[in-house]
Design a protein around this ligand. Structure first.
Ligand SMILES: [Zn+2]
Ligand SMILES: [Zn+2]
Length: 588
């Protein structure tokens, strides 16, 4: 069982308890457990299996929670979950999966209207029967209808990249232990770093395909075998994902890896380029179109690209968005890597809805080799997270001053903590904290959490106002989308990008795998306009800091280089960036 699956179970229990009107603290305990597990990058199964480690070593996991996780990892259902599932009607499960419908609203719908399926709910919305229920209204009704269509689109049932990555990493470890395989790699959309992954493609180099395919079928998480051929096997894996394994010979490995990495658009263009040169590229290698001698190209990807006169193209760029032309002109970007990252500019602490204290976050940043971080807790509008007012923010800043002092007491501090805030852009316009207070912050992330249903003009103008605010350094998760759950709010991103470029305001690539916001296309547009991006984890726990890699992959897909990203700067370079922005806003 992957961490994401375990987290899903806890969330599910919390939903069901809440649906039944259960004890608030009990509901919250399961929600916290889900978040904790979701934020853990290392597979819990691995920790559980190792002899000298225990789940309770992890921050926030007590013996009770550890026992539940162990139950799940051993393949047993939670007794509580079984009981709840027998008590709550099936339709409630479906309803709660619709974005915007929590357990409470789902219960009200089931109890008040005759709703036995999602189709019934859609009908009820169309017949305007939902709007009259307490707490709903016409707007909510329209949103439910739109979200129903969104949730039922198969495109939104794909795994998040990091969910797929957990499965891929486990599979690679397992398959690479197979003595019959000389090499095992993953391909497909996982390798291209797409934000969601449909199925998982594995490729093995071997002269004994049967043994390699047997190994896959023997994997402990393998489900049904869907197809078994001479060199190809497909199985169902965790979360019902399809896993395709192909076994090829050494001389074709590069050709097959290139072919199965895709994308389709990229490969179509590559093949047409080959045809223009009298060649044919397929998964076995490169051949002459006129049936002449077979060119010796196929063992490596480099050989495939070289055969059509191109340098190797990084998988993240293989989307048919002009990368072949850029490669031809020798203008491929030198893509940013995780090693380039020196700071993290968006994170929460126990002062609001984070799980770790200020000093714990700083210690975790040091452990990860970061030179600087900004603490950006929520502002007061986010009541659910107990957002900070001016008094509490100033108190946190005094703590940060003290922390920085003590970190610097031994000479050069291992990490510098910047005073920040994630300030809400209010529904009525303006920011959630006074200007003079914001002016004292080192780093201000302005985010839009409320009023997401407002018109395009309204939302765009709220964001533009924040961009032009002299204290605002960065716009957090600029489109508000949640992958598979909620589409972006209506906003004119062209205007936002242009204004950010003019004012020197950063735009965020939020590294949370549900957000990845800006996405690859918008981040590329921002780069072209001259905007500096900030890749930030928005961590709500120390382990949340590890999500940086998801943001970096998205940035690579956007073709970003280290210089395009604020938090690749050295500490001095980052301070210079802050000073430049300040000078620009003072003079305007
Ligand atoms: Zn936020
Ligand atoms: Zn945040």
């Amino acid at each position: 069982m992957t961490n994401a699956e375990i987290a899903a179970v806890f969330d599910h229990v919390a939903d069901l308890l809440e649906y039944q009107g259960g004890n608030v603290f009990r509901v919250r305990a399961y929600r916290n457990a889900a978040r904790l597990v979701k934020g853990t990058v290392e597979p819990l199964a691995k920790i559980c299996q190792s002899a000298d480690r225990s789940l309770t070593d992890l921050e926030g996991i007590g013996s009770d929670l550890a026992a539940k996780i162990e139950t799940l990892l051993s393949g047993q259902p939670l007794p509580l979950l079984k009981q709840l599932e027998s008590e709550v009607p099936q339709v409630a499960f479906d309803l709660m999966r619709v974005p915007g419908l929590g357990p409470k609203k789902a219960k009200l719908l089931v109890d008040s209207l005759t709703i036995e399926s999602l189709d019934d709910l859609a009908d009820a919305c169309r017949e305007e029967r939902v709007r009259d229920l307490k707490g709903f209204g016409a707007k909510t009704e329209a949103t439910i209808l739109a979200n129903l269509a969104f949730a039922q689109d198969p495109e939104h049932n794909r795994l998040l990249w990091n969910e797929a990555d957990e499965i891929v990493q486990e599979l690679l470890v397992w398959m690479r232990q197979c003595p019959a395989a000389q090499r095992v790699e993953a391909a497909g959309s996982w390798r291209r770093g797409r934000e969601t992954v449909g199925d998982i493609d594995l490729l093995a180099e071997s002269n004994e395909p049967t043994l390699v395919m047997d190994r896959l079928v023997a994997w402990e998480s393998a489900g049904d075998v869907m197809l078994r051929g001479e060199t190809k096997t497909s199985i169902r894996g965790p979360r019902d994902v399809q896993i395709d394994l192909r076994v090829v010979r050494r001389e074709s490995f590069g050709a097959a890896w290139q072919y199965f990495t895709g994308s389709k658009e990229h490969n179509v263009r590559l093949r047409s380029r080959a045809r223009d040169r009298g060649l044919s590229i397929n998964e076995y290698g490169v051949t002459q179109l006129d049936g002449g001698a077979v060119a010796s190209a196929g063992a490596t990807e480099e050989e495939i690209y070289a055969a059509v006169g191109l340098p190797w193209i990084p998988p993240e760029l293989r989307e048919g968005r002009g990368e072949i032309e850029r490669a031809e002109a020798d203008r491929l970007p030198e893509l940013i890597t995780l090693d380039d990252i020196r700071g993290d500019l968006h994170m929460h602490t126990t002062a609001t809805d984070g799980e770790a204290t200020l000093s714990e976050m700083a210690a975790a940043a040091i452990e990860r080799g970061l030179s600087y971080i900004a603490i950006t807790d929520h502002s007061k509008r986010v009541t659910m997270a107990h957002g900070l007012d001016a008094r509490r923010l100033r108190k946190q800043w005094r703590e940060i001053d003290k922390l920085n002092e003590s970190l610097a007491s031994g000479g050069k501090p291992p990490v510098v903590v910047f005073k920040g805030i994630e300030v809400d852009m209010l529904e009525k316009g303006g920011l959630d904290l006074p200007d003079d207070l914001l002016a004292e912050a080192d780093w201000v992330v302005a985010s839009l959490h409320y009023g997401q249903q407002q018109s395009r003009e309204r939302i765009t103008s709220r964001i533009l106002e924040a961009i032009h605010h002299p204290a605002v350094s960065c716009i957090g998760h600029p489109t508000g989308r949640l992958i598979n759950r909620r589409p972006a709010y209506e906003v004119d991103m062209q205007q936002v990008i242009e204004a950010a470029a003019v004012t020197g305001t950063c735009l965020e690539i939020n590294a949370n795998p549900w957000r990845l916001d800006l996405d690859d296309v918008l981040a590329a547009a921002a780069k072209r306009a001259g905007v500096t991006l900030a890749i930030s984890t928005d961590a709500h726990s120390t382990r949340g800091l590890d999500l940086m890699q998801c943001g970096v992959i998205q940035a690579r897909r956007a073709g970003l280089e280290a210089k395009d990203v604020a938090n690749t700067r050295t500490l001095t370079g980052f301070r210079r960036l802050l000073a430049k922005k300040r000078a620009a806003s003072n003079s305007s």
